[in-house]
Design a protein around this ligand. Structure first.
Ligand SMILES: [Cu+2]
Length: 142
């Protein structure tokens, strides 16, 4: 009898977890490059999507900079690095997307103040299905 009660509880937990769909995305390993007021910086992190539903990162916002854009760094034909504005960044079901130097990043254009190591500020990510996720971003040396 005890075993059946346990299985029932387990099934209930699984159902509750499955219903928490909008919170299934997590964002970890968040950090930003140091920067000087008026210049640019970038934010990096890892999006983890353990759920069965694919999502898209549509935009990001922050009051730390004049403009915030989703970018991808790519090697150009002549070996130079170039940054390409991304309309959206797919987050596959049961997958991860890594934002890192040389790849995807959230570009902060026109910093409103200096970003020194140890500072923190907030960035909000806007997902198509999961909605808004606000991050506390620590500034670190790469
Ligand atoms: Cu960029």
């Amino acid at each position: 009898m005890k075993r059946i009660a346990f299985l029932t509880t387990l099934a209930l937990v699984l159902v509750l977890t499955a219903c928490g769909g909008s919170k299934s995305l997590t964002v970890q390993n968040v950090w930003a490059r140091p920067g000087v007021g008026g210049q640019n910086s970038a934010v990096y992190f890892v999006i983890d999507n353990p759920g069965g539903q694919a999502d898209n990162l549509l935009d990001a916002s922050s009051d730390i900079a004049d403009a915030v854009e989703l970018h991808k760094s790519e090697m150009g034909d002549n070996g130079e690095m170039k940054m390409i504005h991304q309309e959206k960044i797919p987050v596959p079901a049961k997958g991860q997307v890594e934002f890192k130097p040389g790849g995807f990043h959230v570009m902060l254009i026109g910093l409103k103040r200096d970003l020194n190591p140890g500072d923190t500020f907030q960035v909000t990510l806007h997902f198509e299905k999961a909605g808004d996720i606000t991050l506390d971003v620590p500034v670190k040396q790469p």
